[in-house]
Design a protein around this ligand. Sequence first.
Ligand SMILES: Nc1ncnc2c1ncn2[C@@H]1O[C@H](COP(=O)(O)OP(=O)(O)OP(=O)(O)O)[C@@H](O)[C@H]1O
Ligand SMILES: [Mg+2]
Length: 157
Amino acid sequence: MDFFSRSPEHTRRLGERLGSALQTGDIICLQGDLGAGKTTFVQGVATGWGSVDPVSSPTFIIVNMYRDGGERRLFHMDAYRLDSTPEAEELDFDAMLAQGPLIIEWPDRIDGLVPAEHLWVTFEHMDAEEREMKFRSHGMRYDHLLAVVRRAAFGAD
Ligand SMILES: Nc1ncnc2c1ncn2[C@@H]1O[C@H](COP(=O)(O)OP(=O)(O)OP(=O)(O)O)[C@@H](O)[C@H]1O
Ligand SMILES: [Mg+2]
């Protein structure tokens, strides 16, 4: 699925549609240059998922955790500042994935560590307010997830 966004609001709205369909254990990878719109998209994802916490860019801590007012958790990782694979290997993916969905910005920095099944989104900066997003599913769960998002965004397939 390819999607063309014309504003940050537009990107957030698409993120909301994905967020509301996310389940514990889901892995969403967001690849794209600085300022491409990954964190903006995560703001929408968190809203759609039901976060009561505001989204911020994980900086010194590599992973942010958002709550939903109940027991559920949403994890937001930014691998940009991970300088080495050993550092990334300290991250306990299994523990996070047992508690909620995981969104990864700059997944290309930790390529070998991303589980084989995931949704991969590539952001491209087209113009001041225009971004292209390419969604690629890897695994059956993500074929299904993408179909749900596509239906929500575009109506029937
Ligand atoms: N269509 C659009 N979608 C998303 N963001 C947009 C769009 N048009 C303009 N913007 C602006 O581009 C910037 C995107 O910043 P954002 O922090 O989301 O990027 P990022 O990909 O997370 O970058 P980084 O790699 O530094 O974390 C924001 O200032 C946002 O307002
Ligand atoms: Mg970001």
